[in-house]
Design a protein around this ligand. Structure first.
Ligand SMILES: *Cc1c(COP(=O)(O)O)cnc(C)c1O
Length: 420
């Protein structure tokens, strides 16, 4: 009963999509069905490739509400900044279109400040300090965002170790910022030490904390440890709009972010009333203009942030643990699979289930099993991070209770199909 053998007439082939009568079936139940796109069971966690997370009802309601009226975006962002500041303990804040966008615009802020000539030049960084220092153990594929601002990344340390003297020696007059990635087990120089050294040279520290929630305490922790700007994804644990993120930090840097992000299609005389206006003059559309957010995203992520702070995180974690225990019992019952609880996956305190695939028993490897789950009906998408170790992760945090029996059934089916 895999999807390949069971795809009905509702699943159009790529050739069919040229015919509008086929690609939009108005009688179908969900928008995905109407589009002929398969809805999946997400057992992988908050992954962008699977659509991030599901927004809470009050977030969706706030976004619909926001869609009914116009607003001055600079005023909305200034209010957002005050709310983000209250929640995080920062001087100010700003809503961006994702954590990657946040890193890009934060690095741009560190390089250009409020100088309209520099803002206009980016991502050409000639004449500016343009190096971003990263500990080698912090390199992630998302750090492309720093280079997209025009900076170049200077690596310091070994994959598993950085020493304070070598970190300090990497700082020069060409250094624009330090990019520190939260939740990396490998860069052993702590944020507090990094901040102390960087600040003694007048260099700001940007923390990519995209996936560093929970715990909720991290909303304040990195700033307390000295970070100048901290970036969180709105589309992961916060359960805000998928294309949203927040930046929290020093007011002067937030002003630079605003100057490079706000729509500048406005006369200078009028722009002067903006809460972000600077004495140096109105810039042209900046680097952040291609990272724009809508009023709906701004409002949505604010409501998500407030709901996240008010949530009962212990109760939520308790529920995930119950789900994990159920999943472990059921998966252990399937021949060739064994499941166990795994703590601290991805540096977050969320319990997940690690499933080992016994290739000798099943006759297929973990990758084949995961591909079968992907092709199932309904498709089940797991987290494939430990695939090379012959394992995969089932993450309860994006699963609904009533999806769990289906997930178990699909696992049983995928594990029992004879290999070809
Ligand atoms: C997910 C992630 C990002 C990207 O976040 P978006 O909100 O999807 O842009 C950046 N950095 C790290 C470390 C991440 O885990």
């Amino acid at each position: 009963m895999t999807g390949n053998s069971k795809r009905g007439s509702k699943q159009p082939s790529p050739d069919d999509t040229a015919d509008p009568r086929i690609w939009f079936e108005s009688h179908a139940a969900s928008i995905y069905e109407r589009l002929g796109v398969r809805q999946v069971i997400n057992a992988g966690g908050a992954l962008t490739r699977l659509g991030g997370t599901l927004m809470l009802p009050q977030v969706v309601e706030a976004m619909v509400d926001a869609s009914h009226g116009f607003v001055r975006m600079d005023e909305l962002q200034a209010r957002a900044g005050a709310i983000i500041g209250e929640v995080t303990g920062a001087e100010s804040g700003y809503v961006v279109s994702g954590a990657s966008a946040g890193v890009q615009i934060s690095v741009a802020a560190a390089m250009a400040g409020t100088d309209p000539a520099r803002i206009a030049r980016l991502p050409d960084t000639s004449g500016m300090a343009n190096q971003v220092i990263m500990q080698k153990g912090h390199r992630v594929d998302y750090d492309h965002a720093a280079r997209a601002a025009g900076a170049s990344i200077v690596e310091v340390g070994l994959p598993g170790e950085t020493l304070a003297w070598e970190f300090e020696a990497a700082i020069s007059e060409r250094t624009a910022a330090v990019l520190h990635v939260a939740n990396r087990p490998l860069g052993p120089l702590d944020l507090a030490v990094v901040c102390e050294i960087a600040h003694s040279h007048g260099v700001p520290v940007v923390v990519d904390a995209a996936a560093a929630l929970p715990p909720v305490a991290n909303l304040r922790r990195f700033l307390r440890e000295g970070a100048d700007l901290v970036v969180f994804s709105g589309g992961k644990s916060l359960r805000g709009p998928q294309a949203s993120g927040i930046v929290a930090g020093r007011a002067a840097l937030i002003q630079s972010i605003a100057l490079q992000h706000e729509d500048m299609d406005i006369r200078e005389e009028i722009w002067k009333s903006s809460p972000f206006a600077s004495g140096s003059g109105r810039p042209y559309q900046g680097l952040g203009r291609s990272l724009k957010v809508g009023k709906e995203e701004v409002v949505g992520v604010l409501v998500a942030l407030q709901a996240y702070v008010a949530a009962d995180h212990d109760a939520e974690e308790g529920h995930w643990r119950e789900m994990a225990a159920y999943l472990i019992r059921a998966i252990d019952d399937i021949a060739g699979l064994s499941a166990s609880i795994m703590e601290g996956f991805g540096g977050r305190n969320q319990p997940v289930v690690r499933v080992e695939v016994d290739e000798a028993t099943l006759g297929i490897d973990a990758a084949t099993l995961v591909l079968r789950l992907d092709a199932g009906d309904p498709p089940v998408c797991v987290n494939d991070r430990p695939l090379q170790e012959g394992a995969f992760i089932v993450n309860p945090t994006t699963l609904a209770d009533d999806e769990m029996p289906i997930l178990i059934h699909q696992l049983r089916v995928a594990a029992s199909v004879p290999s070809t």
